[in-house]
Ligand binder design. Sequence first.
Ligand code: 9YT
Length: 141
Amino acid sequence: MIVRNLADAERGERRIDSNGWTSVRMLLKDDAMGFSFHITTIHPGAELRMHYKNHVECVYCISGTGSIENVATGERHPVRPGVMYALDQHDLHILRADPGVEIVTACVFNPPLTGREVHGADGAYLTEAEQLALDAATKAA
Ligand code: 9YT
């Protein structure tokens, strides 16, 4: 059994701060669960264009308000506590947090992230092999 606490996890390397969001990665590839699990905070007023070409992701809103747009169809749905969206088609999407409002979400990725992923210019995370190569190069530099 694996037991972890968010307050402990966010003080260490599991916390990733990026442009408009902070993700605390509570389960990762190394845990061998077949998915990764994150508590992710979208910063107030953030507008995030994302395209997970190498992963599927499910997002559950715990608190806060905003919207999720499917760029291909133009459909826009409210995001509020209780709403889940799943990017089962690797959908290009825009997540917006309302002005002055932080959104807290629980996110699941398959395949699991290895830990250091942030979005590339295309809105995607690298594949596992690409990310591990980048991590090794970063460490060596
Ligand atoms: C909800 C969302 O996609 N936020 C971006 C960060 C990502 N979910 C992560 O790595 O936790």
